[in-house]
Write a protein that binds this ligand. Structure first.
Ligand code: FES
Length: 358
């Protein structure tokens, strides 16, 4: 993967709701290959704010077939980057952007006849919109059901666009909105998408046994509730695709165990490959993670969230052993293939060798 940042010009900033915008980026011809993406992937942005480098990931909200590159950005309380995008960013500005990445993806096939179900909350709609449009466009016989939770109707991102898709794919797309702060006539559509409501939906509106894949993206509690409800119905993990934007802190016990492991790893030698260059790095617990040790050694290893969520810091272990504090960004298959999130990783053996060039 290309780990460089590229300067892309902003073609359009469109207000979607009072606290969100969509941003369309121009991709010059020589960078078309670099910025080709799969539905569900995201982009890493970099900007200096208040003398500090800030990195954020935002999901692409269009289908690859649309020939556009567009993200949705919801302002979060105290969010330096999202606040700046919502208030100050305008057409003609440039943004530092890394090539698309992420594994919240599905292999859509033209001949398939499938049923997909998505649970989205708030700005979690962005990657799901990309997946939904792609599923409907690529698989002309497939069905898609969207359960979309928000606080108010005014805060629903892409409301008109989703209504347009509903008209266009009238027989194949089902859309159900859930509002926390507004009363609907039908009781089930009031309130948040919690476990009890999701259980009702899985018993009445969709039968998990006949669903090929579930896509889940939104606030943590909603995602946990959806995942737990599906697991309780014995849906195989390979049919549950989850994309997290943020995660909570470690418990005190987890943090203490992670710290002890870092201390134990002091002095372990690692061989790191990045951008075709190989370097030996000695683990220093003061730098906490393999990622920060690699960067402290002068290698510009990629990262964004540093919270185990976005997988921007992904690398492959080719020798030795490492341990991760948390992993919300890698699939079971990636883990089996030896990938780790270096922002969460500590070496637990001598002779760890890992490469970012995969
Ligand atoms: S930087 Fe996001 S998972 Fe490591």
């Amino acid at each position: 993967m290309d780990h460089e940042f590229h300067q892309l010009r902003v073609a359009e900033v469109k207000r979607e709701t009072p606290d969100s915008v969509s941003v369309r980026l121009e991709v010059p011809e020589p960078l078309r290959g670099t910025f080709a993406f799969k539905a569900g992937q995201h982009l890493t942005f970099r900007r200096e704010i208040g003398g500090e480098e800030v990195r954020r990931n935002y999901s692409v909200c269009v289908a690859p077939s649309e020939g556009l590159l567009k993200i949705g950005v919801k302002r979060i309380a105290g969010g330096a980057f999202s606040g700046w995008v919502n208030e100050a960013l305008k057409a003609g500005d440039t943004l530092d952007v890394m090539a698309p990445h992420g594994s919240f993806c599905w292999n859509f096939e033209a001949q398939a006849r499938r049923h997909y179900v998505a649970f989205a909350g708030g700005s979690g709609i962005t990657p799901i919109l990309s997946l939904m449009k792609t599923a409907l466009a690529v698989e002309s016989q497939s069905q898609f059901t969207l359960f979309y939770g928000n606080r108010t109707s005014a805060g629903v991102m892409f409301l008109e666009e989703i209504a347009g898709l509903k008209d266009r794919y009238i027989d194949r797309l089902g859309v159900f909105h859930f509002l926390e702060d507004e009363e609907e006539e039908i009781q089930v559509f009031n309130g948040r998408l919690d476990r009890a409501k999701i259980d009702v939906l899985l018993s009445s509106l969709v039968d998990p046994a006949h669903v090929d894949a579930f896509f889940i993206c939104g606030p943590g509690p909603m995602m946990d509730a959806a995942e737990e409800a599906l697991q309780a119905r014995n849906v195989e993990p390979s049919r549950i695709l989850v994309e997290r934007f943020t995660t909570g802190p470690l418990s005190a016990a987890q943090a203490a165990a992670a710290r002890a492991l870092e201390e134990k790893a002091a002095g372990l030698k690692m061989s790191i490959t990045l951008n075709g260059r190989r370097m030996n790095v000695t683990f220093d617990p003061a730098n906490r993670s393999i990622l920060d040790n690699v960067r402290a050694a002068g290698m510009p290893a990629p990262f964004a969230c540093k919270g185990g969520v976005c997988a921007t810091c992904r690398a492959k272990v080719t020798a030795g052993e490492v341990s991760m504090k948390v992993n919300y960004g890698l699939t079971a298959q990636e883990l089996a293939e030896g990938y780790v999130l270096t922002c969460q990783a500590t070496p637990v053996s001598e002779g760890v060798s890992l490469t970012y060039d995969v």
